[in-house]
Design a binder for this molecule. Structure first.
Ligand code: FES
Length: 139
């Protein structure tokens, strides 16, 4: 009996059901775009972003300097502080009371367009959003 010694090419060796599953995964890949400028002024355009992913998660996954996300997205550290592009503020909206209280912990670098990246989840209305990582607070 012959055995496979290497991984079969796409489709070969997979059941019809498994092939359908693979096609569905490809079809569900995100198609949103985010432009992030890190604390050093370097800009990255990140494409194929999934709906529902937070800007903090996205920054960490793409090595954007200055985003740490120390609390894992729990709105409890402010190490994901970003400045939202002014033209995007209407779509993003203002922080709620809890997020605002956390931003107050970094008041020395807070601006009117400050938000926590972990609290901004990607959605079609935010396709193309531009954010800049805020500098570290002196507090
Ligand atoms: S990751 Fe901690 S507040 Fe956003």
């Amino acid at each position: 009996m012959r055995r496979w010694h290497c991984r079969p090419a796409f489709g070969m060796g997979y059941s019809v059901q498994a092939q359908k599953g693979r096609k569905r995964i490809v079809a569900e890949m995100g198609n949103l775009k985010v432009t992030m400028t890190d604390v050093n002024g370097d800009t990255k355009v990140i494409e194929n972003v999934d709906e529902g992913v937070s800007l903090m998660e996205l920054a960490k996954a793409n090595g954007v300097d200055g985003i740490f996300g120390d609390c894992g997205g729990g709105c409890a550290c402010a190490t994901c502080h970003v400045y939202v592009g002014e033209q995007w503020m209407a779509q993003v909206g203002q922080p709620d009371d809890i997020e605002f209280a956390m931003l107050d912990m970094v008041a020395d670098v807070m601006r009117d367009n400050s938000r926590l990246g972990c609290q901004i989840k990607m959605k079609p209305e935010l396709d193309g959003i531009e954010v800049t990582v805020a500098p570290a607070s002196a507090y």
